[in-house]
Design a protein around this ligand. Structure first.
Ligand SMILES: C[S@@+](CC[C@H](N)C(=O)[O-])C[C@H]1O[C@@H](n2cnc3c(N)ncnc32)[C@H](O)[C@@H]1O
Length: 392
């Protein structure tokens, strides 16, 4: 890696803070430095992510540039020989100390965290093989011929297939959420924390233009990105509106008494997906900076928000309809903790999860729920739970 790339990467690393994560710092830097082109941008990004992935090993007494260089070397050596770093040093330096008290941490989990992440694409339903031919350097996931892993080095944003809206860049585990939700043509769905609409667009595709999916999020900016993406993908069977989760508010007439939060709809849905805000530990391979900014307090606070959002959205599931909870994290509190508490308190919601061929079995997943371990699926870690509302 040349000195120029190291210098760019070191400047971005220095600009990164807990509130200004590495991916945002990279985006802003590239907007400011328009002269950096595709290949060099990719090299700089890889160096920045290598820094945070190998942060625990770096010598803090040398310059930032020298640290980035060290990280890149460690990354290359580890890719050549993943056994070159032995346990327990790997676990001790790759993740914060508190992690093992919050989730099941195995050597395999840690080892995958130290590798560069794969790039997953989602083809339009039934168009996987056509897309693989158009792009080259692709393989399909065992779970679906439309989930494609791209192994080449072209800038896919410049490809004709991207301009045509033939694929979305979407992690495999994220794709599996909508595959497991399995919306049927003619149904009405609500994607309650839609963000930029990764799953909204997938659900809309699976509805085959016969049915509608509503997208809500508290971020107007994210809903705007969803609109741009939907336009390019020529997806029209969706609607969106802002919703902040209907946070409970204090009754102005009775101070201290909390009124229930407001739901954004009066109608009920065939299916509701709550892809809740979470600690994001399942994305730590792709997003290594977050390893050093998430705290145990964040996990506790998020679990409270997740439980409240789940209870709230569940009210709008039709009798016989499906409720789905998904988080790209693996902590006990945000996964089984939420599942067990909701199931115990809401007997009219019966755990029921559709299986998908090609997914590895997992002894930690209880009936009605599923852990997608990153080391098993070669994608983000994800937890999914689904319940069917009884018809009575
Ligand atoms: C995990 S992300 C969603 C990702 C998205 N479903 C996708 O597939 O691209 C969680 C989303 O929840 C939103 N969010 C956080 N707190 C919220 C709240 N109280 N009410 C509504 N949305 C919220 C965030 O803005 C964020 O977009």
């Amino acid at each position: 890696m040349n000195q120029r790339t190291l210098s760019h990467a070191a400047q971005i690393v220095t600009a990164t803070t807990a509130d200004f994560p590495a991916d945002m710092a990279l985006k802003r830097y590239f907007v400011e430095k328009q002269y950096l082109i595709g290949t060099e941008r990719r090299e700089v990004s890889r160096a920045v992510f290598a820094y945070f992935r190998w942060f625990g090993w770096l010598n803090s007494k040398v310059s930032r540039e020298a640290q980035v260089e060290q990280a890149v070397e460690l990354s290359i050596n580890f890719a050549k020989d993943p056994k070159s770093i032995k346990e327990p040093a790997l676990a001790a330096l790759a993740v914060p100390e508190w992690l093992k008290s919050e989730m099941t941490v195995t050597p395999e989990f840690i080892r995958q965290l130290q590798q560069e992440p794969p790039l997953w694409l989602r083809a339009r339903p039934g168009h996987g093989s056509k897309l693989m031919m158009a792009l080259g350097d692709c393989i399909a996931a065992p779970s679906s011929p439309d989930s494609i892993r791209y192994k080449g080095s072209r800038d896919l944003f410049l490809s004709q297939s991207f301009k045509n809206g033939d694929f979305q860049i979407q992690d495999l585990s994220s794709q599996l959420v909508s595959v497991i939700a399995s919306p049927k043509p003619g149904e009405t769905w609500w994607d309650a924390c839609s963000g930029e609409g990764g799953k909204t667009l997938h659900i809309a595709d699976l509805l085959q233009n016969k049915g509608v999916v509503w997208a809500t999020d508290r971020s107007l900016r994210r809903l705007d990105v969803l609109k741009t993406r939907a336009k390019r993908a020529k997806v029209f069977n969706y609607r969106s509106k802002p919703w902040d989760g209907g946070q409970k508010i204090e009754d102005p007439k009775n101070p201290g008494v909390m009124l229930p939060g407001k739901l954004p709809f009066k109608t009920k849905f065939d299916g509701i997906l709550l892809d809740a805000p979470c600690s994001g530990i399942g994305t730590w391979r792709r997003n290594p900076h977050a390893r050093w900014s998430v705290t145990v307090e964040d996990i506790k606070e998020l679990a409270v928000i997740q439980a409240a959002l789940l209870k709230q959205v569940s009210e709008l599931v039709k009798p016989g309809g499906l409720l789905m909870y998904a988080v790209c994290t693996l902590t006990h509190a945000e996964t089984t903790g939420i599942f067990d508490a909701f199931t115990a308190a809401n007997p009219e919601f019966i755990p029921e999860l559709k299986t998908v061929n090609g997914l590895p079995a997992d002894p930690l997943s209880k009936p009605g729920s599923l852990f997608l371990w990153p080391q098993a699926v070669d994608a983000n870690g994800m937890y999914i739970a689904t319940w069917r509302r009884s018809k009575a």
